[in-house]
Design a protein. Structure first.
Length: 312
């Protein structure tokens, strides 16, 4: 095999009440990487599309090439030459794991070219290094679901332990990306370092309820549990009309509503695709009324993670 074309999905991190420990993958949008073996050792990035010139072609500064380099070092293949094309099919800075999708697509492409049959989850440490470069914090709640598909729980970072979770097969996700700037680093800096015990107890109960809903296919229990008393009240201030968007979603049949990652994207869970479409349309219209452009997506849960689109 000399070349491979890989898709990796966008992800929703935190899932409202699970800050830095929960995430899930969606079927759309996502990013794509085309990777080719070359005769000269080393990694080059020959093309990036869809980024409006925002991402570096320098392989020392791009999350895809940096994570792939760590992977090649681990398997003793520094002699390999790779040409990378990155095709951004999702917005940067959206709160949908844009850097994670690119990184995972690159790692999965390299794994495929090498004929490496290990579980994709074993690529997680290398993907985390890409996240560290992208946002200054090596968290796994985006890269883990992008790699593993479905819902994941990051039980521990030291040592790293990530658990695949079941989920209702008829669960749909409505995603709205208001085109405003909420940088991840800044969104993390405004979070409180200390919380009241009463708030912590409330949060623990909600996380446990969400987990129970996932294991019992109880979407209504999931919805009741997806309340965040720690992070959302602070981050919501950075997202225009957040509470109005939540009101619209809930009035139109959503079972839950919250911020995707650090925002500005928001998402709602629904029990069917039609309800999800209605929610995205109504929120998009509201944003247009207040002069904010937006992009919307309706998706089921992606249970497989990255996939090969072509190979030669």
């Amino acid at each position: 095999m000399e070349s491979v074309h890989v898709f990796a999905p966008a992800t929703v991190a935190n899932v409202v009440c699970g800050f830095d420990i929960l995430g899930f993958a969606v079927e759309a949008p996502g990013d794509e990487v085309v990777m080719r073996v070359t005769s000269k050792p080393g990694i080059i990035i020959s093309k990036i599309t869809g980024d409006n010139g925002r991402l570096p072609l320098n392989p020392e500064k791009n999350t895809v090439s940096v994570s792939v380099r760590h992977y090649l070092q681990s398997v003793g293949r520094n002699d390999l030459g790779l040409d990378i094309e990155l095709h951004k099919k999702m917005p940067i800075g959206s709160g949908l794991g844009s850097s994670s999708a690119s990184t995972v697509a690159g790692l999965f492409a390299a794994k495929t070219l090498l004929g490496d049959t290990r579980d994709a989850a074993e690529l997680l440490p290398f993907a985390i290094e890409g996240e560290r470069m992208a946002c200054g914090h090596g968290h796994a709640d985006n890269v883990a679901p992008a790699l593993m598909g479905g819902f994941v729980l990051v039980r521990s970072y030291e040592p790293l332990e990530v658990i695949r979770l079941p989920f209702p097969k008829d669960l749909y996700c409505a995603i709205i990306f208001p085109e405003v700037d909420v940088p991840t680093r800044e969104a993390r800096q405004i979070i409180r370092n200390k919380v009241a015990l009463k708030d912590a107890v409330t949060q623990w109960g909600n996380i446990a309820g969400l987990m129970s809903g996932l294991y019992t296919n109880d979407i209504d229990l999931m919805g009741r549990s997806m309340q965040d008393v720690l992070i959302e009240p602070v981050r919501a201030m950075l997202i225009p009309d957040f509470y109005k968007m939540r009101e619209i979603a809930m009035d139109n049949g959503a079972v839950s509503f919250g911020i995707s990652g650090s925002g500005p994207s928001v998402f709602a869970f629904t029990k069917d695709a039609n309800t999800a479409h209605k929610i995205t349309q109504n929120i998009q219209q509201h944003l247009a009324d207040i002069k904010i452009a937006s992009q919307t997506y309706v998706s089921g849960i992606n249970g497989v993670g990255p996939k090969i689109l072509g190979q030669h």
